[in-house]
Design a protein around this ligand. Structure first.
Ligand code: ATP
Length: 560
């Protein structure tokens, strides 16, 4: 892996940063390029802009740059963010990677004054972008440093671009527009008054309440949790402001939207119950009669949402039901979600401090989708969290499936109502929303089992003899790992093709019989021994076995 790192303060991030990161990737064939914000830049001790904003601006800028990533390792490390420490850790953790450190000409000029420059030059190849007009001076500097450090420093073939964060801060302070600032970053700065201290989307009283709540929460929550709730507040408020401005929705007389205030306050409070352990949450819920589902209590952690709603009302004095409901719904979502609920739900998943998870969809993609439409965002977030929980083998609340279905229905209705909005839904979603019959599901399950070389796949039509389902799909595998592979393949193919999840799965991983109930079809995967033992075909002999000889390469062998 060739990994590029562009370290910086990003106060704010600008098109110059993005251009040099992309050029490095292209010119030197890098597999990955990270923009790595320094929490405490060694050479700029007086960064006045709050960390949450530098990070939020970076995530917004990269929401439209799928080839670039963010790495938070310097943000999460205490003390000054020394590059030599960062590269040493990266090399230790990824000894097979080749590191490329990207910097501008001004940084190269100061390089000998950096902390342990020789270590940096020995751990990474250094790629340098011009930052001054004089091309000869640039070449000379590269040659000089190469000689001094006994390593080659590599130039980036880019024209000199005079943009700087310092210049942009001045523009923003004076209200002068600049094309060097990504549009979403520009909007964010204006909305929250990042460099002017005059927010346009938040009322004074909202800011005052937010600050008072922050003071209290800071005392109660772990520092990372506190960063997260701050990130959710700004992200949720920004998502809603973006939505309403794009819709040209008329604001209140003071130019603000009520929902933006509500999302902001719900965001900061949404995890207020995370100061408790799971047993404490269970006790608190019981002692205070906090309404919740039995399933939430079983899974434990998800209880923090209803408990948080209760605490927000009784301990933090919130009376606005919109805020309280958004807190109560933030964890699992709900079949009924208003704009504030959706914004907090979405923001919780991809606020800027969220670490990248091994998802099929990146956080940048999720941000981009949600900034275009918060409902599509919620749908993708729900799908991503179900998949993630599955990947790590965690329990999944059935509420998540209900929410997924409800969002899918809502998007489908919206699609019919507006062909234009249809475009915002990814092609994959469109296919998941297409109509299908129970036979289509049975065929896909059959194909999935066939892919994993299942034995004796049979499809029994039972709709005439039972109301349980239309079809049973039955197959067996040689051993536990084949059975597991068959189960995974069925779930993956039905999910990919139709966007559906089983309503219920029974049978433990290593058991000889796993049942996946999809409503219209039920798929039974057995170990060969258990299939003989249970002999479902005999139990369901009143149903008729379908002729599947043309469904796949492994036609069902009929048993006597
Ligand atoms: P400031 O004006 O506050 O010094 P900056 O624009 O240099 O900020 P940083 O976040 O400090 O932004 O920069 C990160 C890295 O990107 C540095 O190595 C810097 O030299 C490089 N860089 C920033 N802007 C440019 C640019 N326009 N051309 C080439 N390199 C740049």
């Amino acid at each position: 892996m060739k990994v590029g790192i562009l370290g910086g303060t990003f106060d704010p991030v600008h098109n110059g940063h993005i251009a040099i990161a992309k050029k490095a990737k292209e010119q030197y064939g890098l597999d990955l390029v990270f923009l790595m914000p320094a929490r405490i830049p060694p050479h700029k001790a007086d960064v006045a802009t709050a960390d949450v904003h530098r990070l939020a601006m970076l995530t917004l800028a990269l929401s439209t740059e799928p080839s670039l990533d963010i790495n938070l390792m310097e943000f999460e490390r205490d003390g000054r963010s020394y590059t030599s420490d960062t590269l040493t850790i990266l090399m230790k953790d990824h000894p097979d990677s080749e590191l490329y450190y990207i910097m501008g000409e001004d940084s190269l000029r100061d390089f000998p004054k950096w902390h342990e420059p020789a270590t940096i030059a020995s751990l990474a190849k250094i790629l340098v972008a011009p930052r001054e007009k004089n091309t000869q001076a640039f070449k000379d500097l590269i040659a000089l440093r190469s000689e001094e450090f006994g390593q080659v420093f590599y130039p980036l073939d880019l024209p000199y671009n005079p943009v700087s964060s310092t210049g942009l801060r001045e523009c923003l302070e004076n209200g002068t527009p600049s094309t060097e600032l990504p549009a979403r970053v520009n909007d964010y700065c204006r909305r929250f008054g990042i460099y002017t201290k005059k927010p346009t989307v938040l009322r004074k009283e909202t800011v005052a309440l937010f600050e008072a709540l922050s003071e209290r929460l800071k005392e109660k929550l772990h520092i990372y949790r506190f960063w997260h709730v701050t990130g959710v507040a700004y992200t949720a408020a920004n998502l809603l402001a973006e939505r309403y401005e794009a819709m040209h929705r008329k604001p209140c007389e003071d130019g603000c939207y009520d929902e933006v205030q509500q999302a902001f306050i719900a965001g900061i409070l949404h995890d207020c119950a995370k100061c408790m352990s799971i047993p404490e949450l269970v006790t608190y819920a019981k002692e205070n009669n906090v309404p919740h589902e039995e399933e939430q209590e079983k899974i434990g952690d998800v209880l923090h949402a209803p408990v948080g709603r209760f605490m927000a009302e009784h301990e933090y004095g919130i009376t606005d039901l919109v805020i309280l409901d958004a807190i109560g719904k933030h964890c699992l979502g709900d079949v009924e979600m208003n704009d504030v609920d959706l914004a907090v739900f979405d923001a919780d998943y991809f606020e800027p401090y969220r670490d990248h998870r091994p998802l099929e969809i990146t956080l940048s993609e999720l941000r981009d989708i949600a900034l275009k439409d918060i409902t599509v965002g919620a749908y993708e977030v729900t799908k991503a969290s179900i998949l993630f929980l599955k990947t790590i083998g965690a329990a999944i609340c059935t509420q998540s499936y209900r929410v997924l279905e409800a969002l899918k229905k809502r998007l489908k209705e919206k699609n019919t109502a507006s062909a234009e909005e249809n475009e915002t839904i990814s092609k994959e979603n469109e296919s998941t929303m297409s109509e299908y019959t129970s036979k289509d599901l049975a065929k896909t399950a059959y194909a999935a089992l066939d892919n994993k070389k299942a034995f004796d796949i049979r499809v029994i039509e039972i709709d005439k003899v039972s109301t349980i389902a239309d079809y049973f799909v039955i197959a067996d595998g040689n051993n536990a790992s084949q059975v597991e592979a068959m189960v995974d393949e069925v779930q993956m193919m039905l999910y990919k093709t139709y966007g559906i999840e089983p309503k219920r799965v029974e049978g433990a991983k290593n058991s000889g019989w796993i049942l996946m109930d999809y409503g219209d079809i039920v798929v039974h995967v057995f170990s060969s021994q258990d299939r003989l033992f249970y002999d479902l075909e005999r139990v369901w002999r009143d149903g008729s076995t379908l002729d599947t000889s043309d469904w796949g390469e492994n036609p069902a062998e009929k048993k006597d």
